[in-house]
Design a binder for this molecule. Structure first.
Ligand SMILES: [Zn+2]
Length: 351
């Protein structure tokens, strides 16, 4: 493994800022507080990155390539806006009275197994990086995030959103941001950022389907439906099957995701649309999965992720995904005709 000198540390939140902004405008207090705290966390992260640079510079190359054992560590933030307040669970420990901590631990294991067994990857960095998960972050905090080296989950307010750690979708999506960071390292804005978001949705949904033993045809293809609280029951944050239809209500507004390049979002909100334009690629992944099965499609996508680069755009990603399809077809990992399936799916979305 090489030393990654310039990892793009995204502060990748599960709930997009435009969703929280809509909730805040409707007077949802927990959303207003969550936005304020996310901004504060982002500022803190910048300082952490400066510290990290110093630490990394001090480390020898030997230490940086040290292999870990992909061990899980669960921290309880005790409702403070601080990470790693109290270590409550380590690999192999007995289950706790805290359901959120138990779920975070269990789901991190499910995600780790999927990467290991289906994709032959050893944890986030393919070198056994330990999995650090923080639960009970803040008070009624309406989000979860990957910040460059660990995952953090809010409890939700049980009205708009429920606990983020209790959702396999969320845990898998956030952990996958780590995998992207250590592979293509896609910059978290514009098209590379939309691809970054897309890959997290791909692994999130693939891992959920695998765990539930669902086929592509049986799955709901929704992202975030299991964190919806009583006020939003039946809604979702994204639909990979029909981007743009995940929600439409008074509190959240209307799902802005396009499913075709004709409706590409070119505004500046959401880091120039990272959670918006990801819908176009999500639709492609759905179409390919329906033809060859979700695990096979995920293998192609994972192969492509390792061959993409930090400022890759949509056109680059189409070429790399088609190429990955060709290679995996040649090696008989996926059925004959898969390359054509991928190409025709991209044509359907205008790429
Ligand atoms: Zn994300």
């Amino acid at each position: 493994m090489t030393c990654h000198k310039h990892l793009n540390h995204c502060h990748c939140t599960f709930v997009p800022s435009f969703v929280l902004n809509n909730l805040a405008k409707k007077g949802v207090n927990s959303a207003q507080v969550s936005i304020h705290q996310s901004n504060a966390t982002r500022r803190k992260r910048k300082n952490k990155d400066v510290d990290m640079t110093t630490i990394l510079a001090d480390h020898s190359a030997q230490q940086m390539t040290a292999k870990g054992n992909a061990l899980r560590q669960i921290y309880d933030c005790k409702q403070e806006y601080e990470q790693r307040v109290a270590l409550v669970q380590e690999e192999g420990g007995p289950s706790l009275d805290d359901a959120d901590a138990n779920y975070a631990y269990e789901y991190a294991g499910v995600v780790r197994s999927y990467f290991e067994n289906v994709l032959n990857r050893d944890s986030i960095d393919n070198s056994g990086l330990d999995l650090i998960l923080n639960v009970h972050y803040g008070t009624n905090y309406l989000n979860a995030f990957w910040d460059g080296d660990e995952m953090t989950f809010g409890d939700g307010d049980n009205r708009i959103f429920t606990s983020f750690a209790k959702s396999l979708d969320v845990v898998a999506h956030e952990l996958a941001h780590g995998v992207t960071q250590f592979t293509a390292n896609l910059i978290y804005e514009r098209q590379p950022g939309a691809l970054n978001e897309h890959f997290s949705d791909v692994f999130g949904t693939a891992i959920k389907q695998h765990a539930l033993r669902q086929t592509a045809h049986e799955a709901d293809w929704l992202i975030g439906n299991d964190i919806m609280g009583p006020s939003l029951f039946g809604e979702s944050l994204r639909s990979m099957k029909e981007p743009g239809t995940a929600y439409d209500n008074d509190l959240l507004g209307t799902d802005p995701q396009p499913s075709h390049m004709d409706h590409y979002y070119d505004g500046s909100s959401d880091n120039y649309g990272v959670h918006i334009n990801s819908g176009i690629f999500n639709k492609v992944f759905y179409l390919v999965s329906m033809e060859i099965g979700t695990d096979k499609a995920t293998q192609i996508w994972y192969h492509a992720l390792q061959n993409l680069w930090e400022d890759a755009d949509f056109t680059d990603a189409v070429a790399v995904l088609v190429r990955s399809g060709q290679i995996l077809t040649k090696n008989k990992y996926v059925p004959l005709g898969t390359t054509q399936t991928i190409r025709s799916a991209f044509r359907e979305v205008g790429l």
